[in-house]
Ligand binder design. Structure first.
Ligand code: MRU
Length: 359
């Protein structure tokens, strides 16, 4: 997607052929800073500190992390260690495990001296595949927005989304936002309600940034606003992403997604989840055993923002000494999900629905 008219992906190979470059998302929306990843530790730090985040992008960065590790130690032990280090960075997004498995599949049969080049090549392929997958999710999902536009005789279609499942969460296009971009590009009048997404504000800082850069009309709302908007008839459909979808169609996504799904159900509003195949965890029958990441309490007790002088500062918003809990994800049961938008089409959120597309 474009920033100031210049096309970007969220991760790309460095010009030297032995590094990867990323947009540092901890600096958005106030600064566009590119960071070069040169070592396994750089890649692990980028994922754990959320310089990169969003399930598909976490997977793509892990793939480059393995490639960077192969430069340091391409032995079997080096490969195993790299996968262990990267797997420990964030627990909920299953794309991380998927990408590491893909890398192992390609690298294990090779002699150590062939591994570095093969790893960079596979990492680049994983990125290209993600772009194509997200583009197809957009193509399948845009019909849902078109249907609302027809029903409303061209009046603006209002989509509510939570967290950031746009191009910044993938390599390009996004999952939940790909249908929105395609609708906008087709000239459909579309507007997005952007949940701010406390505690890290991925909605206010990332979703609003990327929608704005593309020119898509949007409004940031506090996280608890969605239910009221739905009661007032101001939401036509919700589209969110997912970090892990279990075999029965339960989905783990950013904390607060479940409450939006409950509100949507109560108000008869469609609630779609957009996902690539790499987000499906076939090893889990249902959402009960999805590991839920708990992050540092300081993300809840503090906020980062821009001061009038342009500098960026982190300030406390809670009394010192109060305990805070920071659950990063929740699980939305399949029964609350209207359907899945995938690269293979739209399907029912159930074991049968997923099996129809992914036999
Ligand atoms: O903690 P984050 O920012 O990595 O969480 C991201 C989300 O919850 C996204 O909705 C999810 O990864 C889907 S991304 C296409």
């Amino acid at each position: 997607m474009n920033i100031d008219g210049k096309p970007y992906r969220t991760i790309w190979p460095g010009a030297d052929g032995v590094s990867a470059e990323i947009i540092d998302q901890t600096k958005l929306p106030f600064a566009l800073e590119i960071v070069s990843l040169r070592t396994l530790q750089d890649a692990a730090h980028a994922i754990a500190s959320m310089q990169v985040r969003g399930a598909p992008l976490i997977g793509a960065t892990a793939a480059y992390g393995v490639a960077l590790a192969m430069r340091e130690d391409a032995s079997g032990a080096g490969l195993a260690r790299a996968c262990d280090v990267l797997a420990a960075t964030r627990p909920t997004a299953v794309n991380l495990r998927w990408a590491l498995d893909e890398m192992r599949k390609v690298l294990e049969p090779l002699a150590p001296e062939a591994r570095t080049a093969a790893a960079f090549a596979r990492a680049a392929e994983i990125c290209d595949e993600d772009v194509e997958t997200c583009r197809k999710i957009g193509e399948h999902g845009v019909g849902l927005i078109e249907a609302h536009a027809e029903r409303k005789r061209g009046e603006t279609v209002n989509v509510l989304t939570h967290c950031n499942a746009g191009w910044l969460a993938t390599v390009d296009w996004g999952t939940a936002l790909a249908p929105v971009y395609m609708a906008f590009d087709k000239g459909i009048s579309v507007h997005v309600w952007v949940d701010e997404t406390r505690p890290r504000n991925q909605g206010a800082s990332l979703t609003a940034f990327e929608l704005g850069a593309h020119g898509v009309p949007h409004t940031i709302v506090a996280d608890n606003t969605g239910g009221h908007l739905m009661q007032a008839g101001l939401v036509d459909l919700c589209i969110v992403g997912t970090d892990r979808t279990t075999a029965n169609g339960d989905v783990a996504n950013k904390i607060g997604t479940y409450l939006k799904a409950l509100a949507a159900k109560d108000n008869g509003v469609q609630f779609f989840v957009a996902l690539p195949h790499s987000t499906i965890d076939w090893t889990l029958d249902d959402g009960r055993n999805i590991p839920i990441e708990q992050r540092d309490a300081s993300e809840v007790t503090h906020m980062t923002g821009q001061l009038p002088d342009g500098s960026v500062a982190t300030v406390a918003i809670a009394p010192p000494g109060s305990a805070a809990a920071n659950y990063a994800f929740d699980v939305t049961p399949a029964r609350l999900v209207t359907g899945f938008i995938t690269e293979r089409g739209i399907t029912v959120a159930s074991r049968e629905g997923l099996s129809l597309l992914y036999s």
